[in-house]
Write a protein that binds this ligand. Structure first.
Ligand code: UDP
Length: 335
């Protein structure tokens, strides 16, 4: 397959691009390098710098590929802003970047591109679920503009499928973490600037980069009062994209991508203490606006339909791989 990977210079997109190459496919990364890193692109990947909102640029890429008799088979679409907390402060930026820009990509695909897309969606489309584990047909009521910006894309996709036959699989990620092992040691871990995600933030304490971790609220209606999330290893997540692209060529489908097991913020901190051997002081602070108390997804559908088999389904191995990467890169991508 020849695949266009938008946002392929980032943590998730870059890992998937690398896996495509490993499996003998062609990957062309399209990224504005706003958060991505060109020097971390996997070997063998072709790179094009550009803005997703630039429909003409995307059309040129699709048309040139066709003229060279090497058309694209599909698009893996990752390019997006991801901080749910930030979306509660600047929602318009998320609707512009995640929703409006995606429409440019979809228009370009309809005009002259491949008619097959795998979309990087999120469990945030569910908002506060009525029951756990969440099934794909649960109510979709996002609790923050980030989730809403992704749900709007899913809704556009559903109509484009119905009216134009655009085929897609929307993968609703739960909490992605960990680092893929690379041939020369791991090169791409989870580190954002600024960092907002729990596991890399907790690891900054044993790394000496922060004194303690702040727990955002311990008065939620959960067993220990802190929020519960379903963590998934980046490598398992990446595999699912390849399966969705290879196997699901005929329909419009939505899949949860998690492990079906929930861990509280306190449990994540406790597991990190065991793995790192560090005391990791923690302090309870205010709730972060827009955080649902518990997000745990059933992964039965993707296991059943795409034969997805996670290799790292437990929290410990996810944190362990993240810890190994962060020890090698204690300053994140600054090192
Ligand atoms: N969290 C926390 N302290 C932090 C960062 C995150 O308590 O410094 C909590 C956050 O409120 C949420 C969970 O950890 O309940 C996971 O947050 P993250 O930002 O990693 O992912 P999200 O679930 O928001 O996508």
């Amino acid at each position: 397959m020849k695949i266009l990977v938008t946002g392929g210079a980032g943590y998730i997109g870059g890992t998937v691009a690398g896996l495509l190459i490993e499996k003998g496919h062609k990957a062309v990364v399209f990224d504005n390098l706003g958060h991505g890193r060109r020097d971390l692109l996997p070997a063998g990947v072709e790179f094009i710098e550009g803005e997703l909102a630039d429909r003409r640029a995307l059309e040129t890429i699709f048309v040139s590929a066709r003229n060279e008799n090497q058309p694209f088979d599909g698009v893996l679409h990752f390019a997006a802003l991801i901080e749910a907390g930030e979306s509660m402060v600047r929602p318009e930026v998320f609707f512009r970047n995640n929703t409006a820009s995606t429409l440019s990509l979809l228009e370009a695909m309809l005009a002259c591109g491949p008619k097959q897309l795998v979309f990087s969606s999120t469990a945030a489309v569910y908002g506060e679920p009525e029951s756990i584990p969440i099934q794909e047909d649960a109510r979709l009521v996002p609790a923050n503009p980030y989730g809403q910006s992704k749900l709007l894309v899913e809704q556009m996709l559903a109509w484009l499928n119905r009216i134009h036959g655009l085929r897609y699989a929307s993968l609703r990620y739960f909490n992605v973490a960990g680092a893929p092992e690379g041939p020369e040691g791991v090169t791409r871990g989870e580190a954002h600037e600024p960092e907002t995600h729990l596991i890399p933030l907790v690891l900054q304490v044993p790394l000496g980069r922060r004194d303690r971790i702040m727990i955002f609220g311990d008065d939620y209606d959960t067993p220990d009062g802190t929020c519960i999330r379903d963590y998934i290893h980046i490598k398992d997540l990446a595999q699912a994209h390849i399966l969705a692209m290879e196997k699901k060529r005929d329909t419009a489908s939505h899949y949860n991508l998690g492990n079906g097991a929930g861990y509280s913020v306190k449990e994540v901190i406790e597991a990190t203490r065991r793995i790192t051997g560090h005391a990791i002081p923690a302090k309870v602070g205010a709730r972060r606006p827009g955080d649902p108390p518990a997000l745990v997804g059933s992964a039965e559908k993707i296991k059943r339909e795409l034969d997805w088999r996670p290799q790292y389904p437990d929290l410990e191995s996810i944190i362990q791989s993240a810890w190994e990467w962060h020890q090698r890169h204690p300053g994140g991508y600054q090192d």
